[in-house]
Design a protein around this ligand. Structure first.
Ligand code: ATP
Ligand code: MG
Length: 449
């Protein structure tokens, strides 16, 4: 039967069978970021439209054609966030965080909304893991967030991702570059798409970001920003590269990276995967030294990145990365008869209170159907309880993987048996992991401090 309602075009559900993968990605990213000094920030899903127009930039694709903007019942113009930086910056300003000790470091997992053409790796509702670091001007800060993104990808076992970096200078040196770009693109006007003709007037650098093959071909021969950097911007970029090299990160300087949002200055970067086809950027970010002033604050040099979680998951699946086992049912109580069903419910509740994942029948199924269900949900152990077991106070615990059985008592003894089994398993898992970690430590000896 066809479902009467379907998810809106460009949106996607995460079903219970897959949510463990999302939790793993999100928790890994948040916890690595925490090691780098970032703590989570949560901001509203919608903001005043003006905030995004001001920060993302009037001439960007995002503001011009991709925003979900509507009037609320109070006639206020509201926009669903297309990205995470503006809201985080707004919150940091509003709550006076930037007047305190700097840098302020914030991380988030957030949904974003852009009216784009849905395709593989491009959705209208998508999710980002992101970080923002407010009030850090030194090149070490640029290297720090790039290293953070690299460490997250590495911790998740992602391979085949290449780091591309560029500098797009500051407003001063960019003015000269804009003039050069304008001259170049004006000479190639006839090959540009309609949107880019408009960009030529308003913001010629955006043409470098155009996805149309004709524009990309013209852009390939365009002057590059790196040749126009002022001394300060050039020195900053050199230092960022030196820090990345010291940190053992390999990268490619890619003058075509300009990023799609207007607030960037100096360092911009992308992590590009070889497994994604056209939508290959897993993570993009950079420095935005002018944004906080633009939003009415002081001069607070800042930077951040956004990592697309749908794309990250696609890369991990394409690369066959293994995800940790999602917690399964430890023990399933199969019951025969009303009295046994009630006893099983009590036992299940007690075990759950003690932190053991237990299940019992809530459907009123036959014993055979209950056992089938236990198998389907991957229960590690099953226990069948009927009148005989109730009378004797003991039952047979069956290991579903090996078929081995042992008799257990239907009281606190059952809890210790199951608890010890799960402890043994965790210990074995930790020993394996420790073995790997110790092996991994060899890699560290290459790090000379
Ligand atoms: P793209 O090159 O794909 O248009 P972008 O420059 O618009 O990306 P950012 O605004 O920097 O992207 O967002 C950071 C990351 O969020 C991207 O690198 C990508 O992984 C992800 N992302 C951006 N737009 C989408 C989308 N529509 N659907 C899914 N993921 C997206
Ligand atoms: Mg985009």
């Amino acid at each position: 039967m066809d479902a009467m309602y379907k998810a809106v075009r460009g949106t996607q559900d995460v079903l219970p069978a897959d949510s463990g993968k999302w939790q793993y990605m999100e928790q890994t990213a948040l916890s690595v970021a925490q090691d780098f000094g970032y703590r989570e920030i949560r901001t509203p899903v919608f903001e005043q439209t003006a905030l995004f127009q001001r920060s993302v930039g009037e001439t960007t694709d995002v503001v011009q054609k991709e925003m979900y903007t509507f009037l609320d019942k109070g006639e206020r113009s509201i926009t669903l966030r297309p990205e995470g930086t503006a809201g985080a910056a707004r919150a940091a300003l509003e709550h006076g965080l930037l007047a305190g000790a700097l840098p302020v470091k914030a991380s988030y997992v957030t949904s974003c909304y852009r009216y784009e053409k849905p395709q593989a790796g491009r959705l209208r509702e998508f999710h980002q893991f992101g970080v923002e670091c407010f009030g850090a001007a030194a090149p070490q800060a640029d290297a720090e967030i790039i290293t953070l993104a690299a460490t997250i990808l590495e911790s998740l076992g992602v391979t085949g991702v290449q780091l591309h970096i560029n500098s797009i200078g500051c407003p001063e040196c960019r003015a000269q570059y804009h003039a050069a770009l304008k001259e170049y693109f004006t000479a190639h006007k006839e090959s540009l798409c309609g949107t880019c003709l408009d960009r030529l007037e308003r913001n010629p650098m955006r043409i470098l970001d155009c996805k149309s093959p004709e524009c990309a071909a013209v852009a390939a021969g365009a002057p590059v920003m790196l040749d126009y950097l002022c001394d300060d911007c050039a020195a900053h970029f050199e230092e960022v590269k030196a820090c990345l090299t010291d940190a053992g990160l390999s990268f490619e300087v890619d003058p075509r990276i300009v990023r799609g949002l207007d607030y960037y200055t100096r360092t911009v970067f992308e992590f590009i995967s070889d497994a994604l086809g056209a939508q290959s950027t897993v993570c993009g970010g950079g420095r935005y030294d002018g944004l906080i002033e633009e939003l009415g604050g002081a001069h607070v040099p800042s930077l951040g990145f956004g990592m697309g979680l749908e794309r990250l998951l696609m890369v991990m699946e394409a690369k066959g990365v293994s995800f940790p086992e999602t917690p399964v049912c430890e023990v399933y109580f199969a019951s025969m008869g009303e009295a046994a069903a009630r006893r099983c419910f009590t036992l299940t509740t007690k075990l759950r209170q003690g932190g053991v994942a237990a299940e019992c029948d809530t459907v009123g199924r036959s014993l055979k159907a209950q056992m089938k269900y236990a198998d389907k949900i991957g229960a590690r152990y099953t226990l069948v309880v009927g009148d005989d077991e109730l009378a004797s106070g003991t039952a047979r615990l069956k290991d579903m993987a090996t078929g081995e059985t042992e008799d257990v008592t239907l009281d606190d003894g059952l809890y210790s048996v199951l608890y010890n089994k799960s402890l043994d398993r965790q210990l074995a898992g930790m020993t394996d992991l420790l073995g790997e970690e110790l092996g991994g430590l060899d890699g560290l000896s290459g790090l000379s401090l």
